[in-house]
Design a protein around this ligand. Structure first.
Ligand code: FAD
Length: 532
């Protein structure tokens, strides 16, 4: 290597990266991709995004993972910049209601699990259940959410907690694990897409509003162009398919098969409503709520000035009309004027998300039902992987294979995690819930479920490759849903419990202090919106 290697790619075996990108689709996936690539590569890459004015976006998905903060940070956006524009609020957990029995609730919070003498606190709790609730005993967050607290003080300081990353952050998901940032966001997806449209176009992304009516392939079967109704052909090197469930490029033009998850996750439909709420009167709960229903579950997502809600159900068990009726009854009079949005979901993933010169990101790549808010996480993760395995003009096959492996692992891992919710749910009061106990589970999960009966999940027994969900998440769902009996480790019988009991007490003390000092979400967001 010599000093000029950086200027001459060929000198050290590097091939020149491709520079002309066409993104088809302007939903959350399309605009997140455009904005991120612009932030990563600046004007060294030419980006065109084409979206249809006729084909709408999904945009009901509004709850996220805490990793999403790295996305905004990478773009250089502070919360005060984008949150008010997207009606965003904080999310500290998913709250599960009625998965065990009517009236029961538990949280899956953004908080790592403490351990004492090498055993996780959940294991100690099984041996010494200091109260009926594992979540408030083991996690500080659970009590904060019960009390509708905000994770920041009015002067914007973050709550003090163990396992919280420092404010001096790395900026990709991959660089950060082990620690846990204590919150994620709820936001209006279509407002975020609008916000990112401005961000990306101001930085040079060409925005074409038109219908793609045809897709051109060359003699090798690679994409050469897309044809639009009014702007003619758009050519590029790399095409990103963000066309949603249609999979216009990946599944239609390139005929990549779709691998359905429906045999293990039967919910295939949703009906959604936007319900107005009054921030001065209604408490803003700092969590997403998933309330179990007769044939699925209802999400409740508090936003500034409205609540997003919807029933995710299996059409084999109830029809759309009944689902809508159930949802309207659940919401009550506030839903009277809201119009319902019925959605058919494609559950599973494209066999490969990157084929030749086409990368599918978003719903075209894959989707599991929104139970743990993983849709936007899949998008964010995929974009990071695209940058990591970005192609050169020689289209090294290995980069595509590594990308496909990473994306596949994330979705297959999340699938296992979601199946655990249903298999673990104690509820078995009708055919839908009884069937969740006998339906096939993804192969390796069957063995893991047996292991977890004898020992709470740890890094050695959960899905082994990165999929965004640490072992503590599995502990929460297993202990919260309550249908699978989990035994404590026998060794705990022989170890002095003094330190564990002190740790439970420390969790309670910390929670009490934070509940006393933190503001409510309503107070905090009123301030933020007043620009104080
Ligand atoms: P879409 O929003 O469908 O966008 C497709 C784009 O392609 C549109 O711009 C359209 O105009 C364009 N297009 C299509 N055909 C053409 C054509 N021929 N020419 C030009 N343009 C075209 N995710 C979460 O993270 N959290 C959640 O809580 C959550 N909840 C969800 C609830 C439900 C019921 C569903 C279905 C999804 C949920 N998701 C959630 C997932 C999330 O909504 C999606 O991942 C996200 O919105 C990305 O969608 P998308 O951009 O891939 O597709």
């Amino acid at each position: 290597t010599n000093g000029t290697a950086g200027h001459d790619p060929a000198a050290n075996g590097a091939a020149a990266a491709v520079r002309d990108v066409v993104i088809v689709g302007g939903g959350t996936a399309g605009w997140m991709t455009a904005a991120y690539l612009t932030a990563a590569f600046g004007n060294r890459v030419k980006i065109t995004l084409v979206e249809s004015a006729d084909v709408g976006t999904i945009g009901v998905g509004e709850a996220t993972f805490s990793d999403i903060r790295h996305f905004f940070e990478f773009l250089g956006l502070a919360e005060r910049d984008w949150m008010p524009a997207c009606n965003a609020t904080y999310k500290l957990a998913v709250r599960f209601e009625n998965w065990r029995e009517p009236g029961h609730h538990f949280y899956h919070p953004f908080e790592q699990l403490r351990s004492v003498k090498g055993f996780p606190l959940t294991d100690w709790w099984l041996r010494y259940p200091t109260s009926k609730r594992f979540d408030t005993d083991c996690f500080v967050m659970a009590s904060l959410i019960d009390a509708n607290r905000n994770p920041r003080y009015l002067d914007n300081r973050l709550l003090e907690q163990e396992f919280v990353e420092s404010d001096d952050l790395p900026n990709t998901i991959a660089e950060y694990q082990g620690a846990q940032f204590p919150y994620a966001y709820h936001f209006e997806a279509h407002l975020l897409a609008k916000y990112l449209t401005k961000y990306a176009t101001e930085r040079g992304v060409r925005h074409v509003v038109d219908n793609v009516v045809d897709v051109g392939l060359d003699e090798r079967g690679w994409l050469s162009h897309v044809t639009t109704a009014e702007h003619g052909r758009l050519t590029g090197d790399l095409f990103v398919d963000c066309t949603g469930f249609r999979g216009l490029l990946i599944n239609k033009a390139l005929a990549e098969p779709f691998v359905s998850y429906q045999d293990t996750l039967p919910n295939d439909s949703a009906v959604a409503l936007q319900v107005p709420m009054d921030m001065d009167k209604d408490p803003l709960r700092p969590c997403t709520t998933a309330t179990a229903q007769d044939a699925g579950w209802i999400w409740t997502i508090p936003l500034i000035s409205r609540i997003g809600t919807g029933y995710v159900y299996a059409s084999d068990y109830i029809d759309a009309e009944e689902a809508e009726r159930t949802l309207r009854e659940f919401v009550g009079p506030a839903a009277a004027d809201a119009s319902a949005n019925h959605i058919r979901m494609r559950i599973g993933r494209s066999r490969r998300s990157w084929v030749n010169n086409c990368v599918a990101i978003g719903l075209s790549s894959g989707f599991v039902e929104p139970l743990e808010s993983t849709g936007i996480f899949f998008i964010h993760y995929a974009i990071e992987q695209l940058v990591k395995y970005y192609p050169a003009a020689d289209w090294d096959q290995s980069l595509r294979d590594q990308y496909n492996g990473a994306v596949m692992n994330v979705m297959d891992g999340v699938r296992e995690f979601l199946v655990l919710h249903y298999r673990g749910a104690k509820r078995a009061d009708n055919q839908y819930w009884r069937d969740t106990k006998i339906r096939t589970v993804p192969d390796p999960l069957a063995e893991r479920l047996e292991q977890w009966e004898s020992k709470v999940p740890d890094a050695g027994t959960v899905y082994p490759r990165y999929h965004g969900l640490p072992p503590y998440s599995y502990n929460c769902i297993l202990l919260g849903t309550g249908g699978i009996d989990v035994r404590p480790s026998p060794a705990l019988d022989l170890i002095d419990e003094k330190d564990a009991l002190a740790e439970f007490q420390a969790v309670r003390d910390k929670a009490r202090h934070l509940v006393r000092t933190l503001p409510t979400q309503n107070e905090y967001f009123r301030r933020m919106r007043e620009g104080v």
